[in-house]
Ligand binder design. Structure first.
Ligand code: BTN
Length: 274
């Protein structure tokens, strides 16, 4: 195990114990943990699975070219895996977005219990009507044979200092847990869950779809999705075994959406046969 860590000792001990990670790196400040991870993809002395954790991230990247706000209470990290660790066909790699989202959802759910935590397809973790975590999946390496799973989680983020739009849409665990939560304390559990969920997904992707359905924020709601330059509207029927979102349009046709952004959804669950 290759370790370069200046963070809390107890967190490192727990991370090391799992035996899954092969390198762990703490950076006091970085523009983006995903960018840093990608830059290390082809270096033989950087074994994977590799974890990069930032104490401070200055130019966090979000999906669809957006930026990601963080402060000292935000857990920002990237996990890089190489093709042999995934051992699944590359066409299935995009499903890792759901797998990672579920792992974060599991852990956040335990911390804020009994408050419900849900997933907004494909991988935004929602708490009390707002986003508490986001996942950015990127491929890396000369042969695109690495995948980087970047996660930003508002553990103790002070949202009052965030831009107005973020304040409105985001949530922070500290505002919902009935006990104080230290920014890095949840990291070992999240890594364990990701490792477990990847192992399950490798052998049975339908199980992931089942678990996703249980926490799917959109299932049964009317949704509007920006996809391939068009807006698709209809009733969300949940996801299929490949992780695509199933939407029944008003003309009755069921469409499977593989990539896109759900931009609106109804407050009420309206469809019960999905
Ligand atoms: C999203 O919801 O749009 C995805 C947000 C992902 C943010 C994380 S923070 C750690 C990692 N490094 C980045 O630059 N982005 C991801």
């Amino acid at each position: 195990m290759q370790v370069d860590w200046q963070g809390p000792d107890a967190v490192l001990q727990l991370l090391s114990r799992s035996g899954w990670l092969r390198s762990i790196r703490w950076v006091p400040e970085v523009d983006s943990t995903n960018r840093l991870a990608k830059s290390l993809a082809d270096q033989a002395d950087r074994p994977t699975p590799m974890l990069i954790v930032a104490k401070s991230q200055t130019q966090g990247r979000g999906r669809l070219g957006r930026s990601w706000f963080s402060d000292s209470g935000t857990l920002t990290f990237s996990l890089m895996l190489a093709a042999p660790q995934l051992a699944v066909d590359r066409t299935r790699w995009p499903q890792l977005a759901l797998v990672a989202g579920l792992a974060v959802c599991d852990v956040v759910g335990e911390v804020v219990e009994p408050v419900a935590v849900q997933l907004k397809w494909p991988n935004d973790v929602y708490l009390a009507g707002g986003k508490v975590a986001g996942v950015l999946i990127e491929t890396a390496g000369r042969d695109n044979d690495h995948v980087v799973i970047g996660i930003g989680l508002n553990v103790a983020t002070d949202l009052s200092k965030a831009p107005a739009e973020v304040q409105q849409r985001a949530r922070s665990i500290r505002d919902y847990a009935d006990h104080p939560v230290e920014t890095f304390a949840v990291l070992p559990e999240i890594i364990d869950r990701i490792a477990m969920r990847i192992a399950d997904w490798r052998t049975d992707s339908a199980a992931i779809a089942n678990d996703f359905s249980k926490v799917c924020l959109l299932r049964g709601r009317r949704v509007a999705i920006d996809t391939a330059g068009q807006t698709l509207e209809g009733a969300c029927l949940g996801i299929d075994g490949d992780g695509a979102l199933r939407v029944r349009r008003d003309d009755g046709e069921v469409v499977e959406v593989r990539s896109g952004e759900v931009v609106r959804w109804s407050d009420e669950v309206e469809v019960h046969d999905g």
